[in-house]
Design a binder for this molecule. Sequence first.
Ligand code: FRU
Length: 486
Amino acid sequence: MSDLLNKAREFEDTYKKYADKERPAFHLTGGIGWINDPNGFSLYKEDYHLFFQYHPFSTHWGPMYWGHVKTKDFIKWERLPIAMAPDSEVDEKGCFSGSAIELEDGKQLLMYTGVKEVRRSDGILEDIQQQCIALGDGVDYEKIDRPVLSAQDLPVGASEIDFRDPKIWKEDGKYYVVIGNRTEDGSGAVLLYESEDALHWEYRGIIDRSYNVYGKMWECPDFFELDGKRVLITSPQEMIPIGLEFHAGYGVMALLGEYDKNNYQFNRESVQSVDYGIDFYAPQTLETKDGRRVMIAWMQNWTNIHSQPSGIRLFGSMTCPRELHVENGRLIQNPVKELEAYRTNKVVYKEVPIQTVTSLEGVSGRIIDLTVTVKGKNYSKFKMHIGQDKDHYVSIRYRKDKNVIRVDRTRSGGRFDIVHVRDFVIDEKEELKLRFLIDKYSVELFVNDGRQAATFMIYSPLSAEGITFESDEMVRVDVEKYDIEI
Ligand code: FRU
């Protein structure tokens, strides 16, 4: 083991206990320090493994290590020693995002982007990105000392500076990988490679590309079959809003279509945002033992990383894993069913008439799973506050006349003038169903059984736990609330 890796493992072991007070109850954080993207989310032997972009030494991004945990149920995680450090010639500037797969010989293969500095012919230094491999037993990994995909494997016009985040899978006996790239028009694309052994790769084409419509560089692609459709998920940088569907900056989108495997041809039929909140990026999926497609994402956004509250020891956490489906041409997402095993203290209300500001006995908290169903024909505005005390609240407002939900965390303790408000369109439905997972400093909202999701961090004190309901005309509301106990 390299000195660098050994030191990082010791550092994490020594200091992780100092972060325990800050940890959310049922969302994953790093041992200590900074995390970003989920990596290598996959089944290995009997467990689901998750790696992540990790800089344990501070709460800021730095040369990337791969942190490592595993789980049986997506809710309780077991911490494993740090898997990789930027300790080889090909990844001296960082082990960037990637994925993992179990090989037939029982080894676990990690495929990741190694970043390395080179001097260009004009004397300028720049970082190039190449795809690298490490092999291991689920705890310790040995890197292959040369990249398996680099500049010479790129099609004409493709960038070797933005060539990253391989997502590997096996299909019909062969290995495939999709990799994010930037093409000659300056915008993103997803490249496809094929291999017999996961070590030697052949370029097969471009799965899809931005043409400067859907942002610039496309990061962290994932490509899988689901409910009879093919789904491409990617995280574009520098997006321009299109109506209320995409917002400016870093976003995550799902492209749905048909895939002609024989010709490596993806025919896109639709494009949508994956999450309409503020803090959601770089998701990755796996297929469970029982055939479900489960996604996890970094519950942060690059635009907000300099607005960390002071005095913290952890920055960055993961979403609650979500089960995905495609229904009527849309990607649907809901928290994994395994979360239900951790629900306690059920509180139920049926058909409560709501108009003026109302709170309900037993309906409050900051570690809860809460579902609210709103019924009514004549109202045009329904509003909830969550995380409320006399100085703080998060507001969730539904404009029925416009079918728009607004989440607003302006008064939820954030000390920086960053994005606090998002609006998004939902489908016209007779009843509005809102499910909230609130875990201390995060809110994940699922609308109408997962047709839309909106995820964002909040920073108010944990004593701000009130919940209220209000409507401009009388509505009837069903409420089901659980505490989550791990
Ligand atoms: C996405 C990303 C990836 C990259 C990693 C670096 O959040 O920018 O493209 O591999 O983070 O930490």
